[in-house]
Design a protein around this ligand. Structure first.
Ligand SMILES: Nc1ncnc2c1ncn2[C@@H]1O[C@H](COP(=O)(O)OP(=O)(O)OP(=O)(O)O)[C@@H](O)[C@H]1O
Ligand SMILES: [Mg+2]
Length: 224
């Protein structure tokens, strides 16, 4: 489903210096895999996640989605593909505080130019119900617990029916009980809904439950 070929990512630090965050990454992710990306702080996990999710482009190398090389796509084609194909969940939730829970969940569908085969409002209600948030639909995010905010973020990530769910430290701001709940949701989305899931994590309980772990060190894949 996703193929990375010889990916390098360099950041410009000042006019004379660059920092190489990813080096010759070769990686294939199959459909319906549940993969953890592990590694110490600064090892390049988020950078890799952003490249896989088409939020950022590599300095060198190819990212192919379903055998289609994305290098030749322009920015608007990339953002269209990203909007339809991938959902993101972050450690800091990244919800919009002046929109209600319901409005947050439905937002990606509002921005999309794709004609959906379903009513996004109905889908949003289904997701609210599934994640036990129906009573909270008119709440603003800052009135919710961390676990609830993360469930809203997952619902928002699912509104476009993505094939791929990327989660960057999704349990990093939660206590262990809420972390478990989020992890169970990700596992269920993988098993029952056939989503391909990639989770960046420091948390051993998360990576132990993934079928595959990819370890990064200094921008390179150590084991895979
Ligand atoms: N925009 C940028 N400009 C310069 N350097 C950057 C930029 N973004 C990331 N880096 C550097 O690239 C390296 C990898 O960053 P990345 O965010 O991918 O690490 P990470 O593995 O996700 O770390 P953490 O576990 O702390 O989130 C870091 O050393 C970071 O300082
Ligand atoms: Mg990170």
């Amino acid at each position: 489903m996703i193929k990375l070929k010889n990916i390098w990512k360099e950041y410009k630090i000042d006019k004379d210096n660059t920092f190489t965050a990813l080096k010759k990454i070769e990686l294939t992710i199959q459909k319906r895999e549940f993969t953890a990306i592990i590694g110490s702080s600064g090892s390049g996990k988020s950078t890799l996640m952003h490249i896989i999710g088409l939020l950022d482009r590599p300095s060198q190398g190819e990212v192919s989605i379903h055998d289609k090389n994305t290098s030749s796509l322009d920015d608007s084609e990339i953002s269209k593909l990203r909007n339809e194909y991938v959902g993101f969940v972050f450690q800091q939730f990244h919800l919009i505080n002046n929109l209600t829970v319901f409005e947050n969940i439905i937002l990606p569908a509002r921005y999309s130019r794709k004609k959906l085969e379903y009513d996004p409002k109905e889908k949003a209600f289904e997701l609210l119900h599934r994640f036990g948030l129906t009573d909270k639909k008119m709440y603003y995010p800052n009135k919710l617990s961390g676990g609830e905010q993360q469930r809203v973020a997952i619902a928002r990530a699912l509104i476009m029916n993505p094939e791929l769910l990327l989660a960057d430290e999704p349990t990093g701001n939660l206590d262990s009980k809420n972390g478990e709940i989020i992890l169970d949701i990700l596992k269920e989305l993988n098993k029952k809904d056939n989503l391909t899931v990639i989770v960046v994590t420091h948390d051993k309980t998360v990576s132990n439950r993934a079928r595959r772990s990819i370890q990064l060190k200094d921008g390179q894949i150590l084991s895979n």
